[in-house]
Design a protein around this ligand. Structure first.
Ligand code: MG
Ligand code: MG
Length: 252
């Protein structure tokens, strides 16, 4: 069942969303060559605590950390580690979820580490295209539309830019749980699926590969990497459907 949230609930989701935004902002600003992804985990952990929130990730199906930090060919669910040291020209996806007063927020961003000057042009294009596909998906989160409109908009943007959408992981409803119905694939058909209604809250999250769409999960049971070693980007927002259109809860 897809839950429609009341105005009071949306205000609580907004508070959680802004916590996530500030955590990601702090972590993104901390990113620099020589830091490990564990250092970023510590920044995120402190930022969550200082805002009186709790991690939605740590302990979720046994995930050990508050942050997913996925470097280069890692698609999602990278586990922060001291031995994973960032270097100039890496890209790192930062994904964070929190719960505050029983309501969840979830967002992700991908940033370049250090000096971007020497980076292949394709890397900048990958980040821009992934962000644009998220914006296109969010634009479709309006009452009267269909969930397939979001999926189709994301896919169309990504493929027009020459990149591939990951099939194995999807966006999701969010509210009093991290993952609720419906699932929101990043590929699909306009006009397909359920009607979008006012009060729905959706985490829309394109995962986009530089080369092929294929992914595999490493032996740690979490880290998803591209099958062909190409880079991957991930952007996510938690979005409420209002009568006036999409309200991005994880963006001020
Ligand atoms: Mg997320
Ligand atoms: Mg999510």
């Amino acid at each position: 069942m897809i839950v429609a949230r009341t105005a009071a609930e949306l205000q609580r989701l907004r508070r959680s969303g802004l916590v996530v935004h500030r955590v990601l902002q702090e972590v993104a600003q901390a990113v620099r060559p020589g830091l490990s992804t564990w250092d970023l985990e510590e920044v995120a952990d402190q930022a969550i605590r200082s805002q009186g929130a709790t991690s939605a990730f740590r302990g979720y199906r046994g995930f050990p950390c508050v942050l997913c930090a996925s470097v280069n060919d890692e698609v999602v669910h990278g586990i922060p580690a001291r031995k994973r040291v960032l270097k100039d020209g890496d890209i790192v996806s930062l994904d964070c979820g929190v719960v505050l007063d029983g309501y969840y927020g979830d967002a992700a961003t991908t940033v370049v580490v250090g000096d971007a000057a020497g980076l292949p042009e394709a890397v900048g294009k990958l980040l821009t295209a992934t962000q644009a596909s998220l914006a296109a998906g969010i634009e479709c989160a309006r009452p009267g539309g269909y969930l397939g409109d979001i999926s189709h908009a994301v896919q169309t943007q990504v493929e027009a830019a020459g990149f591939s959408v990951v099939r194995e992981f999807v966006g999701h409803g969010i509210g009093t749980h991290l993952h609720e119905e419906p699932q929101i694939p990043n590929f699909g058909t306009r006009g397909a699926g359920q009607r979008i209604r006012e009060g729905m809250v959706l985490a829309i999250e394109p995962m986009v590969n530089e080369k092929g769409a294929g992914v595999r999960v490493l032996s740690d049971g979490w880290t998803a990497v591209t099958a062909d070693g190409g880079r991957s980007a991930h952007f996510e927002h938690t979005v409420a459907v209002t009568k006036d259109g999409p309200w991005i809860l994880t963006q001020p």
